[in-house]
Design a protein around this ligand. Structure first.
Ligand code: SF4
Length: 83
């Protein structure tokens, strides 16, 4: 079973270019102000959600694991070194 994610979009940063919507189509949608909102945090596989967060040009999307509060995106200093 996949981990439950907590996804937050910073509307102070979101410029509404829809990159995240096009990548994780079941997770994100535009509201009436053309800003991204999370409609279903479990709507897409975790990898697709992280890809969507990474595609955001202004870094408006934060993804955490609901149960542990581990931050998956953006990467933190405590993240494992990928090398
Ligand atoms: S990719 Fe970023 S800026 Fe574009 S709609 Fe999504 S959250 Fe907003």
């Amino acid at each position: 079973m996949s981990r439950r994610l907590r996804i937050v979009v910073d509307h102070g940063l979101c410029v509404g270019n829809a990159m995240c919507l096009e990548t994780a189509t079941s997770t994100f949608a535009h509201n009436d102000d053309r800003q991204s909102v999370v409609v279903d945090p479990q709507g897409d596989p975790e990898g697709l959600v992280l890809e969507a967060a990474g595609s955001c040009p202004v870094g408006a999307i934060c993804v955490r694991v609901e149960e542990t509060d581990e931050q998956l995106f953006p990467p933190t200093a405590a993240s494992p070194d990928p090398r």
